[in-house]
Design a protein around this ligand. Sequence first.
Ligand code: MRU
Length: 365
Amino acid sequence: MKIDGKPYRSIWVNEDGWSAGIIDQTRLPHEFVTLRLATLEEAARAIETMLVRGAPLIGATAAYGMALAMQDDPSDDALKAAYDRLARTRPTAVNLRWALDAMMAALKPLGANARAEAAYAKAAEICDEDVEMNRRIGEHGLPLIRAAAAKKQGEPVNVLTHCNAGWLATVDWGTATSPIYQAHDAGIPVHVWVDETRPRNQGASLTAWELGHHGVPHTVIADNVGGHIMQHGMVDLCITGTDRTTATGDVANKIGTYLKALAAHDNGVPFYVALPSPTIDWTIDDGLTSIPIEQRAAEEVSRITGRTASGRIETVTITPEGSPAANYAFDVTPSRLVTGLITERGIAGASRDGLAALFPEHARR
Ligand code: MRU
């Protein structure tokens, strides 16, 4: 996607040919700052501290983390240590494990002197594949928005999204946003309700920033607004991303997604989830009991950061001193609340049979 006319991906190899470039997502929307990752530890810290975030980008960053490790020391011990360090960074997004396993499978059989070059090639391949999968998610999701537009006689189609499943969360295009960008580019009037997504405000800070830079009309809403606007016919469809979807179609995504799915179900609003296939965890069936839910620092709830009228970025405390805060980062939406899963191969029913029909190579009897 473009920022002020300049094409960007969310991760790239710098001109030195080996270090990785990222956008510091903790500084958006107020400042656009790029950072250089030069070591395995810097890549791991970038994931842990959410300089980069979003399931596909976490996987892509981990892939470059492995490449940086191999550049430094391509031994068997260093390969295993890099895998283990990166695997510990964040627990919920399964793309992390998928990317690390893909890197390990490509690198382990090689002799040490061939590993660094192969690691960069594999990381680049993972990134290119992500871009192509997300582009195709957009192609498959576009007819949903087109069909909604046909009923609206020129009025914009209202799409509600949660968190940031945009190009910043992937290498490019985004997952939930890919159909939206493609609809907008095709001239279909579309307007996005952007959930602010407390506690880290990925919607208010990142999704709104992305949509604004692409010229897509949008409105930021507090997290509790979705139910009200669905009751009043102001949402035509919901599209969210996911960090891990089970083989039976249960969807783990940013905390609060489940409540939106409940409200959508109660109001007959279609609730779609967009995902590239590396987000599917084919090894598990029950999302509620099998998906590890990340719990993060209480300060992310008790404090909030923003720009003051004088332009300074400041963090303030919003809770009484001494009040404990809990910070569950993800929740699981059961498959029965999901209208369909928009994948790179088409729209699957949120069920074992629905997913197996599109991905027969993973079907379990
Ligand atoms: O904690 P985050 O910001 O990494 O969580 C990201 C989300 O929940 C996204 O909506 C999800 O990863 C989908 S990414 C295309």
